[in-house]
Design a protein around this ligand. Structure first.
Ligand code: CA
Length: 219
């Protein structure tokens, strides 16, 4: 899952980044409203965390412009304590959820997971496709009720993206984009290596190769 964190408080960014990465997000960061607007319009994010008090352009305006442009990725806004008007304005401008500062990282992670589940039309707690169940908290997978198998960080991100898009043709470029961060050297051969490792863990037939086009997750 690719996540854009828009926050001008760099200490907060430093505090959140390791936990977000550990939870399997490929993280991009914008420190002002203009950069956020640009990135949101030009990159394909699965979810965005948006602080409202930003230099250059306020978070509410950024959010309104994204929505006016037809962008519908889930957005969680960060609001100042005791400012109920910010929450109301944020929700009206198209936010999907909000969190008041200061907050616990666990709450942010739980809300992000809930938003992603909702945006992919799921209400269950674990991510499930047929007999494959992905435990997002412990980053492990179980097949057909068998004991869970541990996944590395990259395997987990890749499998989660596959499982959120079952039956869809996913190009290597798209997978790379959603599994790695902005400045990662996007060598698509790396995806082949991770697909092979995933197949060893979950079974070869579950990920179909479409030569020259990409992969289809069959579940
Ligand atoms: Ca701020």
């Amino acid at each position: 899952m690719r996540l854009l964190l828009v926050e001008d408080d760099l200490l907060l960014v430093q505090a959140l980044a390791p936990d977000l990465r550990r939870s399997g997000y490929a993280l991009d960061h914008a420190a002002d409203g203009r950069e956020a607007l640009f990135l949101g319009e030009n990159e394909d994010y699965d979810i965005i965390v948006l602080d409202l008090g930003l230099p250059e352009m306020g978070g509410l305006e950024v959010l309104s412009r994204w929505r006016d442009a037809g962008l519908d990725m889930p957005v969680l806004i960060l609001t100042a304590r005791d400012s109920w008007t910010e929450k109301v304005e944020g929700l009206k401008a198209g936010a999907d959820d909000y969190l008041t500062k200061p907050f616990h990282i666990e709450e942010l992670l739980a809300r992000l997971q809930a938003l992603l589940r909702r945006s992919h039309g799921r209400s269950e707690k674990a991510l499930r496709v047929n007999d494959i169940v992905l435990d997002e908290e412990h980053q492990q997978v179980s097949l057909d009720g068998n004991p869970a198998i541990a996944l590395t960080g990259t395997e987990f991100r890749l499998l989660r993206y596959f499982m959120m898009n079952p039956g869809k043709l996913l190009s290597k470029a798209r997978l790379t984009e959603h599994v790695y961060e902005q400045d990662f050297d996007r060598d698509s051969n790396v995806i082949e290596v991770y697909v092979r490792r995933l197949r060893e863990k979950i079974g070869k037939e579950r990920i179909e190769t479409r030569r020259g086009q990409g992969y289809v997750f069959r579940g």
